[in-house]
Design a protein around this ligand. Structure first.
Ligand code: EPU
Length: 417
């Protein structure tokens, strides 16, 4: 298991290139199982989660190669429609194969993902939607068994705008009979990226990005070549790094159009932000100001940026209140940040972050992907040396984070234990 050793309290400078979006690439790889023909997917980040998804579809009979951030993949003829527990337990997003398998092969056996570090994370809305489209679904020995004669479009109202749930329903509906309408759909840009990919393959999806999405089923989808959108969470993480370390960083190829909530909060926290096309320069001359944050579904402030802002705000001149409304257990970074000298109190779903003048290096433990990113931010801003253990969480979602930081002047080392 690798760890990061970071010597903090150093200004960074330079340009950092943002990688392709993990949460857009994952459903797009799953969606290639719908296509009768090969696909080329470009700008795919080389991450543990992406390799888990590729392994999952390979086990079902897919052929692929992955080099230079491009995947050449042919999932036209799967030999199996079973997603085994061994891979699903490594990555919850494996549930994304359920929609494609049941609509194309009329049969799917997918392990239930179970909970994870940030919450219980049920998939009841995915299952209810497939049942409403005519699938019979049983849970047996921890597996979802779904069968159907043919899925049929219908009207689906989501109790909560689940991201992967919306993606699963869109994929299932592309090859279903007639029209499916999803109300209260997730509006996240990654949902739009999936819809754009599928439309390029011949699907008829309209309204992605709004709360009502309509899908008219088609007989088949072809393959296509597609470029995955850049990662807004990685871009936001570098914005927090810039302000936490009082640096000037230019974040290149960021999806600025979908980052309003993040950019507004960085500005409110006192950073100067200059935008030119897809590049964003964050200049941090002044002190960090306290801000209040409440996480919401898009276009609200993303839960995937909550931990990183919490880390940055430990050094603010005053008290910030951070409210987490999406996941019930997403404050695991707080105890570790407090071990570094932060003053954060948890009260229900709120973290009250009382800014301190300095935080100090310590040995800390990464618990989930975004919590790990928050520890890197804290370590870069802290006095002395921090060791972050269990960084395999970071490798799931940040491509070459250590190398990108080294290029900006950070003193960060990956050490194998
Ligand atoms: N929910 C239900 N029932 C369902 C599905 C969801 O009650 O059937 C609830 C969840 O428990 C949660 C809320 O709905 O309280 C929203 O969860 P959602 O389903 O939207 O989350 P997800 O699709 O499992 C994706 C991202 C997460 C991101 C969330 C929220 C992917 C692969 N994952 O998860 O990303 O936090 O949306 O934006 O797209 C990450 O990248 O670190 C990460 C966790």
């Amino acid at each position: 298991m690798d760890k990061f050793v970071i010597e903090g309290s150093k200004n960074l400078h330079g340009n950092v290139e943002i990688s392709g979006s993990k949460n857009a690439a994952l459903p797009i790889i799953a969606a290639t199982c719908l296509c009768d023909g090969p696909c080329v997917i470009n700008n795919v980040p080389n991450l543990a989660d992406i390799n888990t998804m590729l392994k999952l579809v390979e086990n079902m009979g897919c052929n692929y190669s992955f080099a230079n951030n491009s995947i050449h993949i042919d999932c036209s003829k799967l030999k199996s429609t079973k997603a085994e527990y061994d891979l699903v337990r490594k990555m919850r997003a494996s549930i994304l194969v359920l929609g494609p398998l049941i609509t194309k092969y009329l049969n799917a056996i997918v392990s239930l993902p179970g909970g994870c570090a940030i919450g219980v994370r049920p998939v009841n809305l995915h299952i209810d939607a497939l049942k409403a489209m005519g699938a019979s679904v049983n849970i047996e020995k921890g597996y979802i068994h779904a069968t159907a004669k043919k899925l049929k479009g219908t009207e689906i109202y989501l109790d909560t705008p689940t991201v992967t749930g919306t993606e699963n329903i869109i994929m299932a509906a592309t090859l279903a009979e007639d029209k499916t309408t999803i109300y209260n759909a997730a509006k996240e840009p990654e949902v739009v990226d999936l819809a754009n990919f599928l439309n390029k393959c011949g699907a008829k999806i309209s309204g992605a990005g709004s709360s009502t999405i309509e899908i008219i089923g088609v007989a088949k989808l072809t393959g296509c070549e597609y470029e995955v959108m850049p990662d807004r969470i990685e871009a936001g993480t570098f914005m927090c790094i810039a302000h936490a370390t009082h640096s000037t960083l230019t974040i290149k190829n960021a999806p600025i159009y979908c980052m309003h909530a993040i950019i507004d909060k960085i500005k409110e926290a006192g950073a100067d932000v200059q935008i030119k096309d897809n590049d964003c320069t964050v200049i941090s001359h002044s002190n960090i100001l306290p801000v209040n944050i409440k996480t919401f579904a898009y276009p609200g402030f993303p839960t995937d940026m909550q931990a990183q802002f919490t880390a940055m705000l430990t050094l603010a001149q005053g008290t910030s209140i951070i409210e987490e409304t999406i996941f019930e257990n997403r404050f695991q970074h707080v105890a570790e940040l407090n071990r570094m000298g932060a003053n954060i109190v948890i009260s229900g779903n709120k973290a009250i972050v009382n800014g301190v003048k300095k935080i100090y290096g310590a040995q800390v433990m990464a618990t989930d992907l975004r919590a790990s990113a928050s520890l890197v931010i804290a370590a870069l801003a802290a006095e002395n040396t921090t060791e972050i253990l269990r960084i395999y969480h970071l490798d799931r979602g940040y491509e070459f984070l250590d190398k990108k930081l080294q290029a900006l002047g950070a003193r960060i080392k990956r050490v194998s234990q």
